[in-house]
Design a protein around this ligand. Sequence first.
Ligand code: COA
Length: 260
Amino acid sequence: MSYQFLSVRRDGPVEHLVLNRPDVRNAFNAEMIAELTTWAGAFTRQSEARVVVLSGAGKVFCAGADAAWMKKTASYSEAENLRDAGAASSMFRALDELPVPLIGRIHGAAIGGGAGLSAVCDIAIADEDAVFGFTEVKLGIIPAVISPFVLPKIGRSAARELFLSGARFPAARAYKIGLIHAAVPAGDLDDTVARYVAEISTGGREAIAAAKALIRDVWGRTPADAAPITAAALAARRVSAEGQEGLRAFLEKRKPGWLT
Ligand code: COA
């Protein structure tokens, strides 16, 4: 499938998904949102890739919502705006629920929805000079659509400060609040991403997908509420071919089948 605002490349177990509107710093409009949603659906249905690396072409990762698109939405009716915001929600959810790890390779800047993209990454690695911000209030809007993904990552306290001030903040702060998992020199970004890819490639594909779903299913439940879900999830892995092969390989001190 070809896209206007994305570039997609497969390299062995890795699918590289690149936001590709460098002239506007990869700001997203309705078309790019639709393309990301389409890509996520197609990937979820049929890809055999083990991991997706999300990055941005050109100088920065992503400058958030496209100002020209936002200007257009100002003349939309409330119903049209609802449809538009719903499409953005679907896009973030589709990325959030990919069945494989999504690694964010964040350079330069991740502002507004760009910081939201960082939040839907399972593993987000930024260059130490990258700048972040939930700057929506500066434009008289709010980080609404991204909030279900950002809040569990950064928590209420940081959200209250950063959503309300709209202040930009450095990668070191993004690391401290859990929005990213490492801040490294720009020259080390690719090696750091590659190390995560190598680590992920040693795990069972189905187990990794189940671990990702487990986090989503258990989050926010009490241990009592979670117990039937966790028991069922573990039992399903234990009786699966992959789970049985993994355990047998461990006991027999050999590599599991998926690594040979
Ligand atoms: N929507 C539309 N166009 C955008 C944009 C956005 N969100 N962000 C940047 N651009 C455009 C600029 O208007 C400029 O266009 P021009 O070349 O026609 O003048 C071009 O991208 C380059 O922007 P510039 O600010 O010079 O790039 P930079 O590399 O110095 O800085 C950013 C990159 C991301 C830090 C900076 O562009 C920025 O802060 N953008 C605004 C982010 C924002 O407020 N997003 C909305 C969140 S709700």
